[in-house]
Design a protein around this ligand. Sequence first.
Ligand code: PMP
Length: 317
Amino acid sequence: MQSEAKSMLVVSTMTERKIWMDGSLVNWDEAKIHILTHSLHYGTGVFEGIRCYKTINGQAVFRLPEHIQRLMDSGKIYLMDLQYSKDQLQEAVIDTIKANEIEECYIRLIAYYGYGKMGVNPLPNKVSVAIALWKWDEYLRGDKQNYGARIMISSWARIDSRSMPVHAKATANYANSALARVEALKSGFDEAIMLNANGMVVEASAENIFIVKDNILITPPVASGALNGITRDSILTLAREKRIPYEIRDIARDELYLADEVFLTGTAAEVKSVVEIDNRPIGDGKTGAITQRLKILFESVVHGEHKKFSKKWLMFV
Ligand code: PMP
């Protein structure tokens, strides 16, 4: 009864929300598409996940131009004409935030091929763009309580560029991610790490991965198949600023088990400590000092409390 009431509450607040669809702000419940939408059948959409934070100077979007650029890049890789310029998309995101009364949110921007001509070739179909947002505090189990994640190495290899472009954030990539994520959850873990076809560590189902060994921060190169994560880039930049030495190089599976610290980064997950991998404790089984330092620093940046990087990376609504 209680959970029913709770879900009704969520639905009723959602009905007051607006979703941006091809230039119009439509009511949440009316933001619908045809069942024969091409991208639903063939995974031909590209998308972005972005966050908006409450800061000491008002609402601000974190690294919006970089997210829009990555969407444009995804479209380019897929020969998809996004219909809107970078500036128009940026403006549309801001308009959508303004149309919704929500202080902190996750913003989903998607470009997809609509209903038109069925068949594998998407190009005869119109490209549509939509922007929706919602409150998303707990992406990985324990986010709210701030406990470290227990993760497993997936039996699914990460897709690689011989079969799909991995640097496009395409909806199709997430079939691979979903298989890994479901396997991990059903096995009692919080998240999955995927290896590439060479057996090297790539990333989690929707996060990049970092390890710390002997005070050196290490993350796999994007050429290993990892998405060029914007949070990953932010963490590397902050590490440079704080003179935390780092290496961008392949990481072998065994190195994960023997790391002093491990953490994941992503727009939805932010900076998430990992305390156990395949039932082996990482370091002393608690969030490590460098992870904690970078997490606190990242949080201060996104909440507008860091003089240099808040100014550089936040766009105020
Ligand atoms: N890898 C994958 C597969 C992802 O889906 C994401 C989330 N976009 C990331 C890494 C992290 O990227 P970002 O920090 O830009 O959200």
